[in-house]
Design a protein around this ligand. Structure first.
Ligand code: GLN
Length: 483
């Protein structure tokens, strides 16, 4: 069997039917990483080989004893802002260069119970701030479709690892598009669940009212399977929401007759200027494909989404400036031989990269007295209007389709000196974070790495906790056009 086409279900079936062993699977991925990751640069840290092989042996025991369950032995990559106990966790920042996590994130704990095998930690923009992974303090990750281009960000390492087959799936985090945009640029699937669906305990906080953890996978089916194992309430994250077993059942067993009746809205404001021609063409084709599957489309209007980006770039830095205050050079930190406390602060704070500093300064400014009402409070009001507007649209349609990113993967260095151009990468993804609704990015078709055919993804959004709708519609699309 060609392991390139492995999915979570194929892994489970193959292990169970003894087509391959868990040991062979882990050896395959280790080899892939050894051969390709020098070029791609997806990983910041790779788990020790002996440890990985021991875990694989445990899975092979399970196969022998007939106790194998889905996800057992899944070779997973984890974005390096999610804690795994006793593993280095840097958030791609020099300030955390020597930090070793002292506990597991809740998602990690859940996946450990399923005997998932964590291959390593993946690269990101420092503290998840960026859209290209170029803001990492350690290295640049390349897009597997064209090594001169970025993989997107901030979960660029996770997306590149899955796209280059250096892991079967990965975890990422999404505050303004960081799962969906790199998924789109790397030709894979990325799901940002509803705010509160998955516990963020053990995720290094960027902007707490927007952050969400989610899967990056080769298929919609894989995204649904991973999501179904990591959602749920957690006493360590007071924003997490109780969801029952019915929620899981509906995610894993979509009722396609019902799904086909869902109405898809096309926001007229999203299809005007700024789209590159390839993106426009691919998205039109995706719309045609959905029509052929029997979906009905309706034009909708979201007039206030044009303020989403500005609103995000006030609320997000405000929360960043508060969350990053904990990196004071004493806790979590590297140790210097500072002469005094001022010296300690100065030495450590200078370890933050340029973009991180920019956002801390911006955030401190919008929260300062005198500017608080003019900026922060106003942005909160606009955020509410954007939420309400989406609420109203979901009275008329069930899903909203748009491009995930306005452009295909751009060249390394192309936007790194122009923060505004970089920020525009998230124009379609930010509204879902502001409103807390779920959204997924899915490739419009199969893309070939050999012909430098740069991938385009479409985004589906839906109302709170209706993941079954975007996953169901995505699965139908996948079965027809991506197999
Ligand atoms: N690219 C966006 C930003 O730089 C989103 C980041 C994210 O989702 N973590 O803020």
């Amino acid at each position: 069997m060609d392991l390139k086409n492995l999915t979570i279900k194929k892994l489970y079936d193959g292990l169970k039917n003894k087509t391959f062993s868990a040991l062979e699977i882990i050896n395959y991925y280790l080899k892939q990483i050894e051969v390709k990751d020098k070029e791609i640069g997806a990983y910041l840290f790779i788990q020790n080989k002996e440890e990985l092989l021991n875990q694989a042996k445990l899975i092979d025991e399970k196969i022998k004893n007939n106790t194998l369950e889905i996800l057992n032995g899944l070779p997973l990559a984890v974005k390096d802002n999610i804690l795994i106990e006793n593993w280095p966790t840097t958030a791609a920042s020099k300030i955390l260069e020597n930090y070793i996590a002292s506990y597991d994130a809740t998602v990690i704990q859940k996946l450990k119970q399923k005997n998932v095998i964590f291959l390593g930690k993946t690269n990101l923009d420092e503290f998840a701030m960026g859209s290209s992974t170029e803001n990492s303090a350690f290295k640049i990750t390349k897009n597997p479709y064209d090594l001169e281009r970025v993989p997107g960000g901030s979960s660029g390492g996770s997306a590149a690892a899955v796209a280059a087959d250096l892991a079967l799936a990965a975890l990422g985090s999404d505050t303004g598009g960081s799962i969906r945009q790199p998924a789109s640029l790397c030709g894979i699937v990325g799901l940002k669940p509803t705010y509160g669906a998955i516990s963020r305990f053990g995720l290094i906080a960027m902007a707490s009212s927007l952050d969400q953890i989610g899967p990056l996978t080769k298929t919609v089916e894989d995204a649904a399977i991973i999501f179904s194992e990591i959602y749920g309430q957690d006493k360590f994250d007071s924003t997490s929401y109780p969801l029952n077993e019915k929620f899981k059942f509906e995610i894993l067993n979509p009722n396609f007759e019902e799904i086909k009746k869902l109405k898809i809205g096309l926001p007229k404001e999203y299809f005007v200027s700024g789209l590159d021609s390839k993106t426009e063409k691919e998205i039109s084709q995706a719309i045609e494909n959905f029509k052929k599957l029997g979906f009905e489309f309706k034009e909708i209007s979201l007039p206030h989404t044009k303020y989403a980006l500005s609103c995000y770039y006030i609320i997000m830095p405000a929360e960043v400036s508060s969350n990053l205050a904990r990196f004071d050079g004493i806790r979590y930190s590297r140790h210097f031989n500072e002469k005094n406390i001022l010296d300690l602060y100065l030495q450590n704070k200078s370890l933050f990269g340029q973009e991180t500093k920019r956002r801390i300064i911006l955030g401190t400014f919008v929260l300062s007295s005198g500017y608080y009402d003019a900026y922060y409070n106003k942005a909160q009001k606009i955020r509410n209007i954007i939420k309400q507007e989406l609420e109203e649209v979901f009275q008329k349609v069930d899903l909203i389709l748009s491009p995930t990113s306005p452009t295909v993967a751009f060249k390394i260095g192309e936007k790194s000196n122009d923060p505004l151009q970089m920020y525009l990468s998230d124009i379609f993804t930010i509204p879902a974070n502001l409103a807390g609704i779920p959204a997924i990015s899915i490739p419009t078709r199969k893309y070939q790495k050999t012909s430098k055919d740069l991938p385009v993804g479409f985004q589906l959004m839906t109302n709170h906790f209706n993941e079954k709708n975007i996953l169901g519609a995505g699965l139908l699309y996948e079965q027809e056009y991506l197999n």
